[in-house]
Design a protein around this ligand. Structure first.
Ligand SMILES: [Zn+2]
Length: 364
């Protein structure tokens, strides 16, 4: 983020029209009933995507009797916060609402979880919908997903410059296997952490690793280590496995799901969205760090951008008392990704991307 953009977010003035930060922060907690006309105005009608009257409505158009409760009319939201009205356009079979903020562009894809902010993919808890002809985004996503990023002041949300890097797996827990080389995830995560450590130290970080060799470390001990060291930031490093779906590829970065929201990925039979974990105290900071890492990783490698996602099942994150994220830096089960991950040059590029993302002033 540029200094100018940060100034706009903070309402400090700039040549751009400032976003109404107060309105942004008061974006109507769920449940809400946003102001929306039952019949769109002629101008709004022109902005709607063309739908054949005989065709069945696509899945991103809700039944007309669906309540507005919990949903925000995107056009009304844009008016409330003082940005231009969104432009609606078709992209393939999806309708996309393009919103222009002084600090970047936000694409909201109707009917899809994946949104795009500042050229990076971002998972919304609820797929946006057309309700009575109005493009709507869920209030929970405005509050818990979009707002933390739209109000990011460009500084790292950490209380100190002590970081714990967590090379995933180790010892008797090898993790996933590289289909190109037969080597294990635990080897690559340790290699990545060892490459990242000196890069971060050069930037003034004090760096600790949860393991420095091929040893077993329980998830609870990884958290306890960060507690004992008083770490300001925790980053767990992993590589992915799609369980036989060989085409799946790319990088994704996880952080905890805020209370009340559904997760992007549930491991096990179900989850309880109302439960609050210690790391939920850092929901906004988690998302900002995750987004910063994800954007750096996909912009500095040729990886597919799978976006920032949220989940609750990761015990190494949910009991952390500091911002904490988990990077899945490519698929060992995808041949292209697996070959890249096997390359020392690529792993160095991954380390440099993460270091670049953390090479900004902390917020203290
Ligand atoms: Zn793993």
């Amino acid at each position: 983020m540029t200094t100018c953009a940060a100034a706009v977010v903070l309402g400090l003035g700039c040549r751009h029209t400032p976003v109404r930060v107060t309105a942004l922060r008061q974006a109507r907690p769920c449940p809400v009933v946003p102001v929306a006309t039952a019949e769109p105005t002629p101008q709004q009608t022109n902005q709607q995507p063309a739908l054949s009257p005989t065709a069945a409505p696509p899945q991103w158009v809700s039944p007309t009797n669906l309540s507005y409760e919990g949903w925000i009319d995107i056009r009304q939201w844009a008016r409330d916060i003082g940005i231009p009205s969104p432009v609606l356009a078709m992209a393939g079979t999806n309708c996309v609402a393009h919103l222009k903020f002084p600090m970047g562009n936000l694409d909201i894809r109707l009917g899809r979880h994946q949104a795009r902010w500042q050229e990076c993919e971002l998972w919304l808890a609820h797929p946006p919908l057309f309700i009575r002809g109005q493009p709507c985004v869920h209030a929970q996503d405005i509050q818990s997903t979009l707002l933390p990023l739209l109000t990011d002041n460009g500084q790292l949300p950490v209380t100190n410059r002590v970081i714990v890097l967590d090379p995933g797996h180790g010892g008797s827990n090898p993790g996933a296997r590289n289909i190109a080389t037969g080597r294990w995830e635990k080897e690559y995560t340790l290699d990545l952490a060892l490459r990242l450590k000196p890069l971060l130290e050069d930037q003034g970080w004090t760096v600790f690793l949860t393991r420095t060799n091929d040893s077993d470390v329980t998830l609870s001990n990884r958290v306890a280590m960060a507690d004992a060291l008083g770490a300001g930031l925790f980053i767990s490093l992993h590589f992915n496995d799609a369980n036989g779906r060989a085409a799946e590829s790319g990088i994704e970065t996880y952080c905890m799901t805020p209370p009340g929201l559904p997760s992007a990925f549930v491991r096990g039979p179900s989850e309880t969205p109302s439960v609050v974990f210690p790391n939920n105290a850092h929901d906004a900071a988690n998302l900002r760090v995750a987004f910063r890492l994800q954007r750096a990783l996909v912009s500095r490698t040729s990886a597919v951008d799978r976006g920032v996602r949220r989940a609750r099942f990761m015990a190494v994150l949910r009991n952390q008392s500091r911002p904490a994220v988990l990077v899945e830096a490519g698929y060992l089960s995808n041949l292209r990704d697996a070959r890249l991950i096997a390359s020392p040059e690529h792993r160095q590029a991954l380390a440099m991307a993460i270091a670049h993302a953390l090479g900004v002033p902390p917020h203290f």
